[in-house]
Design a protein around this ligand. Structure first.
Ligand code: DMJ
Length: 601
């Protein structure tokens, strides 16, 4: 072999001094790599398991991304043909429904996905519909939201859809309409606390809703209103977003370990229950703590403090390991010190992705925590966690949880995950982790590593008691068996984030398995349909295709299979409906204007 090399490349031509220099350079590179690895407080390093090379060639990933694009086109064309400008298509009867204001939620929710997929014809056809929208009450709305726009859903789907499509295309009408809608929804904030009400009667410019609000609905508008403020230069939008964050930050959460509970009084900005969870009714509020910090180029220190406190409490109190398979799951408690319900909600499956994102984008150190704000409950968590590298801990939890979420789908005959939380029972993760640490950290941390898929047997499937009995071998019950095309239920949101942050192709392959199941079980002649029973294949379908299937599920799958990354995680932040906003590049004028940097840290 050597004889084919030009003389200058032959090794015998190197001097000893050159060889020593190369060896030193290699040692320096290795030392830097080792230093960058997570480590324990006693200085020992945790080495990640080796990442298996993907056996799927790049051309195949491109083909897979194209197939997701075709799926999007199939779903969107069905909507355009049978339902536009109404909200959603009914994919079995080819009828439509107006369940989110009747302004065409599927179209608004799909705009940025079209841009990302280079679907210019669809995007151009959508713009006149966007332009015509007056955001006034539609007579077609027949569901519970008659006479008002639900604030949370309208913000995360319509307002965010417009803003992210503007960020990607700079089409002026998108920003004009975003500003119009943002302003029309603003009466929601007319409460003594500045916390938004449940809805807005747009015709009368009045907020409506009960004094008790739900955390996720109160605290998932900060990204949208902050970005709107930046784009328009209108500080009042910033004040509204920041008012929510400050209200949450000022509440006394010491008894809850610093974690925000589910219900709040929107007049006093005080919590009204002690229910702690990352599932339904709370999920995106925790998500926005991290994402507001990231989007504001790590300026909004308040949200970072709150994220650290909340995740410390979750890591030490809400993560459990199931009995047999050792599946890591996140559950809820109705009061501090109360026993966990052991429910593992499908909606919680966004959480592993959030942990992975934080561990990827932040140094995540307990040194950043303001100990004076913790209270005894928070200090107890701190005392446990200080033995670990926080970043490593977040990565482990992300990986273990994402694997459990994936198995919820892989176990089912249809390959799709059940929507209703399958209650389980198990033991506190942090206790198992402490035993593993004290025992010399042999093997993978608890909850990580290979977990077997446990498919249903013919006998189990025939059992009339199937839905009620505990599926012993699986560690969870099946109480509801529907699959609603959600990004969380099939975990594609988390799989995307795990793939981008670890580079381990297993997450991508799992995403592909889910996409194949979606194609096989949910496709209809005109679109895609939610599923009634994941235990059957072919699965019985429901006459329903939610807009988040195009906004989130297909977008995350597409981005997972694309080789190049159009939205690097250090430059873009996804809202809770998967609409990307750019990370700010603050000029000092803007910082001055919005008061960022003067916030208490
Ligand atoms: C989406 O509308 C958003 O992700 C929201 O935050 C909760 N989940 C649905 C999709 O399941």
């Amino acid at each position: 072999m050597l004889r084919y090399l030009p003389d200058s490349f032959k090794i015998r031509r190197f001097t000893t001094r050159q060889l020593v220099a190369v060896a030193i350079a290699l040692l320096v590179v290795l030392a830097l790599y080792y230093n960058a690895l997570p480590h324990y407080s006693d200085g020992r390093r945790w080495t990640p398991p080796p990442v298996a090379a993907s056996r799927t060639p790049p051309a195949e990933w491109q083909r897979r991304a194209d197939q997701v694009k075709q799926a999007f086109l199939h779903a969107y064309h069905g909507y355009e043909t049978h339902a536009m400008p109404h909200d959603e298509i009914r994919p079995l009867s080819n009828q439509f429904k107006d369940n989110f204001n009747g302004w065409g939620v599927t179209l608004f929710d799909s705009l940025d996905t079209m841009i990302l997929m280079d679907l210019n014809d669809e995007f151009r056809r959508a713009l006149p519909v966007v332009e015509k929208a007056d955001f006034m009450p539609s007579p077609n709305v027949t569901n519970k939201h008659v006479g008002y726009a639900p604030f949370f859903e309208t913000v995360i789907r319509y307002l965010a859809g417009l803003l992210s499509a503007y960020a990607l295309s700079h089409e002026p009408i998108l920003l004009q309409q975003a500003e119009k809608l943002g302003s029309m929804l603003s009466p929601a904030f007319d409460t003594p606390s500045g916390f938004p009400l449940f809805g807005v009667n747009i015709a009368q410019a009045q907020g409506i809703g009960s004094t008790t609000g739900i955390l996720a609905e109160i605290a998932s508008c900060q990204l949208e209103y902050t970005y709107l403020a930046l784009l328009t230069g209108n500080k009042t939008y910033w004040d509204k977003a920041d008012g929510v964050m400050q209200g949450l930050a000022q509440a006394d959460l010491t008894a809850l370990g610093g974690m925000m509970p589910r219900r709040w009084n929107v007049e006093t900005s005080e919590p009204t229950d002690q229910f702690l969870s990352v599932g339904a009714a709370t999920d995106s509020a925790h998500e926005y703590l991290l994402k507001q910090y990231l989007m504001t180029a790590k300026s909004d220190r308040t949200s970072y403090q709150m994220y650290l406190r909340a995740t410390n409490h979750i890591l030490t109190h809400l993560l459990y390991l199931s009995d047999k398979r050792g599946l890591l799951y996140v559950t809820d408690v109705s009061r501090p010190g109360g026993g966990p319900s052991h429910r593992f909600e499908h909606l919680s499956c966004f959480f592993p992705g959030l942990l992975a994102l934080g561990a990827d984008q932040l140094d995540l150190s307990l040194d950043d925590l303001d100990l004076s704000t913790l209270g005894s409950e928070g200090l107890r968590s701190y005392e446990i966690l200080k033995h670990y590298d926080l970043r490593a801990l977040h990565k482990w939890a992300a990986e273990g949880l994402a694997t459990s979420c994936y198995l919820l789908y892989a176990d089912q005959p249809s390959g799709l995950a059940p929507d209703e939380p399958p209650p389980s029972a198990g033991n506190l993760w942090i206790a198992a982790l402490e035993r593993w640490r004290e025992g010399g950290q042999r093997g993978s941390p608890p909850g990580l590593g290979e977990k077997p898929t446990v498919r249903f047997t013919e006998e189990e499937l025939k059992s009339v008691k199937l839905r009620a009995i505990k599926a012993e071998r699986r560690d969870y019950y099946l109480q509801r068996t529907d699959y609603l095309l959600r990004p969380e239920a099939c975990t594609v949101e988390s799989l995307y984030l795990l793939w981008r942050t670890t580079g381990d192709p297993i997450w991508r392959e799992r995403g592909w398995a889910i996409f194949e199941a979606i194609e096989r079980e949910t496709k209809t002649p005109s679109a895609y349909a939610s599923i009634k029973d994941v235990l059957k294949s072919p699965a019985p379908q429901l006459d329903d295709m939610p807009s988040f299937f195009l906004a989130e599920t297909l977008k995350y799958l597409y981005l997972t299979f694309l080789d190049e990354d159009p939205l690097p995680l250090d430059r873009w932040v996804f809202n809770t409906e998967a609409h990307p906003f750019p990370v700010f590049t603050w000029s000092s004028w803007e910082k001055e204007k919005f008061g960022i940097g003067k916030l208490p840290s």
